[in-house]
Design a binder for this molecule. Sequence first.
Ligand SMILES: Nc1nc2c(c(=O)[nH]1)N[C@H]1C(S)=C(S)[C@@H](COP(=O)(O)O)O[C@H]1N2
Ligand SMILES: [Mo]
Length: 397
Amino acid sequence: MPGVTGPSEYSQEPPRHRSLKINAKEPFNAEPPRSALVASYITPVDMFYKRNHGPIPIVDDIEKYCVSINGLVEHPKELSMADIRKLPKYTVTATLQCAGNRRTAMSKTRTVKGVGWDVAALGNATWGGAKLSDVLELVGIPKHTEITSSGGKHVEFISVDMCKEEKGGPYKASIPLSQATNPAADVLLAYEMNGEILNRDHGYPLRGIVPGVIGARSVKWLDSVSVVVEQCQGFFMQLDYKMFPPSVNWDNIIWSTRRACMDFPVQCAICSLEDVSVVKDRKVTISGYAVSGGGRGIERVDISVDGGKTWMEAFRYQKSGVPYVAEDVDSDKWAWVLFKAEVEIPPNAEIVAKAVDSASNVQPENVEGIWNLRGILNTSWHRVQIQSSPQVAHSNL
Ligand SMILES: Nc1nc2c(c(=O)[nH]1)N[C@H]1C(S)=C(S)[C@@H](COP(=O)(O)O)O[C@H]1N2
Ligand SMILES: [Mo]
């Protein structure tokens, strides 16, 4: 693509915030401390997790940059950033979550393969850009198309970055054409994040944003968008990001037997405490995030201080102090909710959080039942242990 080069090495990586926890250096994979996630509803760009499979590409001449819209379309086009910006601009607040979020905890049950993540491989941002449905209309594909006359059924996003999983080729992924041409699905070709020009780490100058779907499908640094007959045959759609049953191991795995993960399941995590925390007071404020895929809202977040025997409901909000109601016209349907609960804890408490989404899906109780060899989609109840300091034990006598 004109104007964009992929550095062969990691010598030209962008600057990053010091407090990010680095899970892998090259490619760069890092997440913020838990507490940064609950500090604000919108995650600041520098605190947003970064998930890469290769070096960060460099756009050396934005005037020359263009994205190719091609494949089974009547009028293929090369669009410059000026062309993209001419289309109506939409802003969508959406949580991007890596399917590997909470992988480290899954690994404790049985080893899994993949970059380790704590509970912060996600963030909530306001993305600005053109709707993919408008872009596809420019090349002759009407809104709400499931299949084109030439059999096009999927939209493939192809990047310029190079990763070893694709044998030095670009990262890619696809979504169904019906989703891409549905304006209500809010799929964007985004050039802004939180009102600023998208930075290099997050896909400058243009990336896909597929709300409610695992992060892997929101392809950064777009080179082309292609209407194709089959689902993308790339590594990350066919040989990764699939959920296998606990019985499948590396000797008996058959990748083609499972579907590519798309919508993520209901998830929540406590962010005000680490896995093991020592607290002095018996009264503790528990806070965290809850989010579901597919635009499903969060119906409830339940908190327990006794390992799940008894429960209380947490306060949920998106706008500070305003109670959140799932499916309310004012709520952001693709975004997380933050939750808060004031609890009184017994000595050596196990605090648990679980969320319920608007389709009444509930997180699974234990990680064992959802363990899978790639360690994806760990949505088990989030548990943190409290070690009472001597004062607490004493005041409880
Ligand atoms: N081109 C490209 N797009 C990509 C990736 C990548 O490595 N290369 N990683 C994907 C994965 S797995 C995730 S979770 C998100 C992470 O986006 P972020 O780094 O902006 O948080 O980008 C997705 N898009
Ligand atoms: Mo991811």
